[in-house]
Design a protein around this ligand. Structure first.
Ligand SMILES: [Zn+2]
Length: 409
C-alpha cells in the first residue's frame, strides 16, 4: 500500500522515539484511555485541575500560547481542522448539510438530499454523486496559509498529528504525509473498488479522469464501482482514527482547533480527549465547542470565558489570519510567508506545464525554454528622482514582486 516509506509512528504500540527526548513523562501512560477519563472526571469533580498550579498558559490569549510553544515544554501539538481551513482556497464544503449545497440538489431527483452521500444509495445510483463531484471539483488545489502553518509545525518537529475532517487533500498538497494525518472523513486522494473481494486501489488522477469524462468509474479488474475513499453516511470512520486517537491525545501538549464548528461527532469529542492541563487554542470565526452547562463535568467542552477558564483560548479570526498572527508571535512569520510564496509558485508552474502539455496534445513541440542569454540588466535603480513622467503607461515594470501583505480582515 501507499505510505510505505515512513516507519515512524506506524505502529500504534510504539512510541515515536524522535519525539521523546530524554524526558520521561510519567509511567501512567500505559493505560491512557480509561485511566485518563477517570482521572479527569475525578479531578474536575473535586475541583483539581483548574488552578492546581500547573497552568501551562500565563495568559489566555494568543501570546500565552506562543510563549508556551517557545518554552520548550510543548513538544506534541495536535491540530484539528475543519472546512474553515480550506475556504480561502475556494474549496466548497460539500459534505456538510446546511452549506447551501443541499438546496441545489433537486436536479438529481434524489429521494432526500442526504442520499447523495449515503452509501447504500450510492451503490444503486452512483450517477448523482459523480455528477456533483464533477461540478464541485476544485479548479486548483492550492493550500492556504493555515495548511502551511501546520506544515511548519511538522518541519519544526512539533506536530504530533493533524486530524482533519476535510476530504480535499490540501494537507497532503502542503507537504504532510500519510503518517502525519488522520483524515477522519476520508479523502479523495485515493479510491477503491467497492467489491470486498477486490478492493483495488486507484489514485486521484485516475478518478479525476473518470469524473471529467462523465464515466461512472468501474474497477478495471472486476467491473465493480470505484468510490473515492471519503466516508459516506452509513460507513465507519477509518480504523486509524480510533487507534491513533487513543495514542495521540493523552500525550498532547497543545491542541489547536481550526475552522470547525465542532458539531460533527465523533470528531467533535476529540477536544475532550486531551489531558486536563493541556491548553486548547481555537482559531475560528466564532466560538464553538463550549461546555454544555448541564454536562459541565462530563462534557469536557471548551471554557473560554467563565471564572474557571484556565486553558482554553479562542482567537476569533479566519484560520489564515490566526495562523499568521501566531507565527508572528513565534518569530516565524517571514518563514511562513516564504513557504507559502515558494509553494504557490511551484504549484502554479506545475499547473501551467500541465495545461501546456494538454494543449500541445499529441504533436508536442517541446520548446527549448526561452533563451538563457544574460538579459540586459534592468537599469540599476540609481536615480531616486521623482521623475515627472509624462506618459502614464511608460514603464512596464518587470513585475514587482507581489507582496505577501495581502492579509485580509
Ligand atoms: Zn474490483
Amino acid at each position: 500500500m501507499s505510505d510505505a516509506q515512513e516507519p515512524v509512528r506506524s505502529k500504534e504500540e510504539e512510541e515515536d522515539p524522535s519525539q521523546e527526548d530524554s524526558e520521561d513523562d510519567s509511567s501512567e501512560e500505559e493505560t491512557p484511555g480509561e485511566m485518563d477519563f477517570l482521572r479527569n472526571l475525578f479531578s474536575s469533580a473535586l475541583g483539581f485541575g483548574a488552578g492546581s498550579g500547573e497552568k501551562a498558559l500565563d495568559e489566555l490569549a494568543l501570546d500565552g500560547v506562543a510563549k508556551y510553544i517557545q518554552s520548550g515544554k510543548c513538544k506534541n501539538i495536535i491540530c484539528m481542522a475543519g472546512a474553515g481551513i480550506s475556504t480561502s482556497a475556494g474549496i466548497p464544503d460539500f459534505r456538510s448539510p446546511g452549506t447551501g449545497l443541499y438546496a441545489n440538489l433537486q436536479k438529481y431527483s434524489l429521494p432526500y438530499p442526504e442520499a447523495i452521500f449515503q452509501i447504500d444509495y450510492f451503490k444503486q445510483h452512483p450517477e448523482p454523486f459523480f455528477a456533483l463531484a464533477k461540478e464541485l471539483y476544485p479548479g486548483q488545489f492550492k493550500p492556504t496559509i493555515c495548511h502551511y502553518f501546520i506544515k511548519l509545525l511538522k518541519d519544526k518537529g512539533l506536530l504530533r498529528r493533524c486530524y482533519t475532517q476535510n476530504i480535499d487533500t490540501l494537507e497532503r498538497v502542503a507537504g504532510l504525509e500519510g503518517e502525519d494525518l488522520i483524515e477522519a472523513h476520508g479523502t479523495f486522494y485515493t479510491s477503491h473498488c467497492v467489491s470486498f473481494c477486490c478492493r483495488r486501489e486507484y489514485n486521484l488522477d485516475w478518478m479525476k479522469e473518470k469524473i471529467f469524462s462523465d464515466d461512472i468509474p468501474r474497477c478495471e479488474k472486476c467491473q465493480s464501482l470505484v468510490k473515492p475513499d471519503i466516508v459516506f453516511f452509513g460507513e465507519n470512520l477509518p480504523v486509524r482514527f480510533f487507534t491513533s486517537m487513543k495514542m495521540d491525545f493523552p500525550r498532547c501538549d497543545l491542541l489547536i482547533v481550526m475552522g470547525t464548528s465542532l458539531k460533527v461527532q465523533p470528531f467533535a469529542s476529540l477536544v475532550s480527549k486531551v489531558s486536563r492541563n493541556c491548553p486548547r487554542l481555537l482559531i475560528n470565526m466564532e466560538k464553538t465547542g463550549q461546555v454544555e452547562p448541564m454536562l459541565g463535568v462530563f462534557g469536557g467542552g471548551m471554557d473560554f470565558d467563565s471564572d474557571k477558564a484556565y486553558r482554553d483560548v479562542a482567537h476569533i479570526s479566519s484560520c489564515d489570519d490566526g495562523c499568521l498572527a501566531l507565527a508572528d508571535l513565534l518569530g516565524w512569520k517571514s518563514e511562513l510567508e516564504e513557504l507559502v510564496k515558494k509553494e504557490h509558485a511551484r504549484i502554479d508552474s506545475e499547473d501551467q506545464k500541465k495545461k501546456q502539455s494538454e494543449n500541445d496534445g499529441a504533436e508536442a513541440s517541446p520548446k527549448p525554454e526561452a533563451s538563457p542569454k544574460p538579459e540586459a540588466s534592468p537599469k540599476p535603480e540609481a536615480s531616486p528622482k521623482p521623475e515627472a513622467s509624462p506618459k502614464p503607461e511608460a514603464s512596464p515594470k518587470p513585475e514587482a514582486s507581489p507582496k505577501p501583505e495581502a492579509r485580509d480582515g
